[in-house]
Design a binder for this molecule. Sequence first.
Ligand SMILES: [Zn+2]
Length: 231
Amino acid sequence: MFLGHYAVGLAAKKFAPRASLGVLIAAPILLDLLWPIFLLLGWESVAIETSNNPFLRLRFDSYPISHGLLAAISWATLFASIYFGLARYLAGAIAIWVGVVSHWLLDYVVHRPDLPLSAGSDRVFGLGLWNRKWPTIAVELLIFVLGVWIYWRQTRARDKIGSYGFWAFIVFLLAAYAGVAFGPAPPSVKKVALVTLSTGLMVLWAWWFDRHREPIEPPTTVSGSSTQSAT
Ligand SMILES: [Zn+2]
C-alpha cells in the first residue's frame, strides 16, 4: 500500500492538531523507510518478478524486522515514546503509535500472504488485494481522498506555501502512485530500495507546508449552529 499510508497521517491531524504533519506522516510510512535500509544492509530480502500486474512485481521473501507485526508494535512504541519525551503531547504520541501499527494492518489488506508476525515465525499473513489491480487502485484512492479531505477540513492555509505546497504534495503523491501502477517494472532491488528511501523527503515536505497552515477553530457562534466538530 502506498497512498493509504499517507492518508492515515493526513487524517491524524484531526486527532492531534498540534502535532506536525511531518511526524504524523513519518509514523504510517516508517516501516517503509526502515525496510530499504535493512534491504541495503542485507538483513531483509526482496526479489523482482515479471508480472502484468504492477502490484505483484515484488516478492517479499523476508522482512520481519521492518514488517513483522511484533516489530511494527515495537517501532510504534519506540517512536511514540521518543515523541512524547520531546513534545509532551499525548494525542500526538497516540497518533504516532496508531499510525505506525496501521501500516501493518493496511499492508495486511493488500499484500499476498508474506507479512510475518515476528522473526523466526513461519506464519505469514495477507489478504492479497494486490491480486486485483483495479480494486486495489480504487481502495487506495478512496482512503487517500478521505485522508486529504479530513486534513483539508481541519486546517487552513496561512500563505501561498500552505496552499500550493499542500496541493502540490497531493498531486505529487498521486503521480508517484500512477508511476507504480502504470509505469515499468523496477530495474533492480537496489533501485527499489533507494527510491523507497527517498520517500523520506515527503516527511520534510509535509512538515514544511503544514507549518504554513493553521487549525481551523471550531465556530463559536451564538446561534449554536456548529458545523465543524471540535478536537
Ligand atoms: Zn509496507
